[in-house]
Design a protein around this ligand. Structure first.
Ligand code: AMO
Length: 438
């Protein structure tokens, strides 16, 4: 093969979405995979899909004969000319002059990537790369990518600096449990559960930081909302309190909702008959105190004592009453990690919040304890060893400003925005207790 011919074979001129904007008679080369092929005698119709959509191509003579021999889902290039079409599905079609096969698909395939024959989620995840050829699936990940950009831009615009904290760590960041450990050159290493300690240390100098990164929890949870590796959007800011952080998060979540609606990814707010997506964007998220939640639950015959955590059953009840986004604030201090600040009015409570969507917790955050002696007491109260936090605690003696922050479970937000019931649907290669590959 000459270098020129090689180049010609590999280059395409357009993605499928671009064809409708071209003039009739334009020459195009479009690459993709064969989704469908209909042979109606002297004529054949081949639907070629790429990540941006699908085109109809029309084949005659030798090209038609060749197309008959190429298995569906093979990777091909069609070279042809734009023509008007009678099809209702497409705005134009390509009259094919040449057809090149890059790589044949070997049948039978493990799943049907057109989605016409449904497969269960496990089978789809086993063949995820092929599953993503289904446009209903790939659009979740296009949305994911767009939202991550929106989130990055949002924080950068507000003076936050993007940081990258280590994922291999020498001691726990969120207390001792739920840590994956491994051999690290004859010592013990751990996978970070969150960037909590680092993000707090960084505001000493950088003032406002954010990180978008995977974190790891060795939780033996078999639910539709837990993974052992999840993507977290973490922020930390000096001189802000937890109400400021709630304001920031509310604005951010509304922005992601707005984008989801405007880009046509979602027509209406999931699980909410009465409120449209736009209503949610234009009205404030309710902010309920933990104690208000206990009252509400009491009225729903679900008795929870002060100091008890809100378990799944209680959150599901609350989620019936508050079926959209809402904050739960001022949790009992004992329920919160050592770094959360006590409440000024009542030291049994904390300056903390969770953002819920119905029963689902999306965000957790609060004002941090920046008084080092109180921080040490809190560590002791929670049965944690001060010695293993020496490196962290010393930074609090270098002029630590008051600060607040939160962590947003991005995969969970994606579940809500794309109205999917299982977190595994919105993660490319989910890691759970029974899945470590592909
Ligand atoms: P927390 O442990 O509540 O707080 O985590 C923050 C958010 O991360 C998401 N999340 C998960 N998502 C999927 N699978 C999991 N196993 C999982 N665990 C947590 C949730 C949760 O609300 N350092 C604090 C945050 C802070 O105060 O800044 C923290 O990690 O959406």
């Amino acid at each position: 093969m000459t270098p020129n011919k090689f180049k010609k074979l590999l280059t395409r001129t357009h993605f499928s979405k671009d064809l409708k904007n071209l003039q009739i008679g334009s020459d195009v080369r479009v690459a993709g995979w064969i989704e469908d092929f209909r042979d109606i005698g002297k004529l054949g119709f081949l639907t070629l899909r790429d990540v941006t959509g699908a085109i109809q191509s029309v084949l005659l003579g030798p090209n038609l004969e060749k197309a008959k021999t190429i298995p569906r889902q093979s990777s091909i290039l069609v070279v042809g000319t734009i023509k008007p079409t009678k099809s209702r599905e497409f705005e134009v079609e390509v009259s094919v002059k040449e057809i090149h096969v890059y790589s044949e698909a070997i049948h039978s395939l493990p799943i049907d990537p057109t989605g016409r024959i449904e497969s269960n989620l496990d089978n789809r995840l086993d063949s995820r790369a092929l599953d993503l050829r289904n446009p209903k699936i790939s659009k979740i990940f296009v949305l994911r990518s767009q939202l991550l950009k929106i989130i990055r831009d949002f924080f950068i615009l507000r003076g936050f600096i993007e940081v990258n904290t280590p994922k291999i760590i020498g001691s726990a960041s969120e207390g001792g449990s739920n840590l994956f450990s491994f051999d690290y050159f004859k010592r013990k290493g751990y996978l970070a559960q969150s960037p909590q300690l680092y993000k707090e240390q960084l505001i000493l100098s950088l003032d406002r930081v954010f990180e978008i990164a995977p974190f790891f929890r060795a939780e033996n949870s078999h639910t539709v909302r837990h993974l052992n590796e999840f993507l977290s959007v973490d922020i930390e800011a000096a001189y802000l309190d937890y109400f400021d952080i709630m304001d920031i998060i509310e604005e951010l979540v509304k922005l992601t909702l707005k984008h989801t609606i405007e880009s046509g990814y979602h027509a209406d707010l999931p699980n909410s008959e009465s409120k449209s997506f736009l209503d949610v964007v234009s009205s404030p998220f309710p902010r309920l105190s933990y104690e208000q939640c206990l009252k509400d639950l009491g009225e729903m015959d679900e008795k929870v004592n002060f100091g008890d955590d809100l378990l799944d059953s209680s959150l599901r009840k609350l989620g019936e009453k508050y079926n959209s986004f809402y904050f739960i604030t001022n949790w009992p201090l004992d329920l919160k990690p050592f770094y959360i600040h006590e409440n000024d009015e009542n030291p049994l409570l904390s300056k903390s919040f969770d953002l819920q969507y119905g029963y689902l917790e999306l965000v957790s955050g609060g004002t941090r304890q920046h008084d080092v002696s109180k921080l040490k007491h809190r560590l002791q109260d929670q049965g944690l060893s001060i010695d293993s936090f020496t490196n962290h605690l010393k930074t609090f003696e270098w002029g630590m400003p008051p600060h607040s922050g939160c962590g947003l479970g991005f995969d969970r937000l994606m579940m809500v925005l794309s109205n999917l019931p299982n977190i595994r649907e919105v993660v490319l290669y989910p890691r759970d207790t029974s899945r470590i590959s592909p």
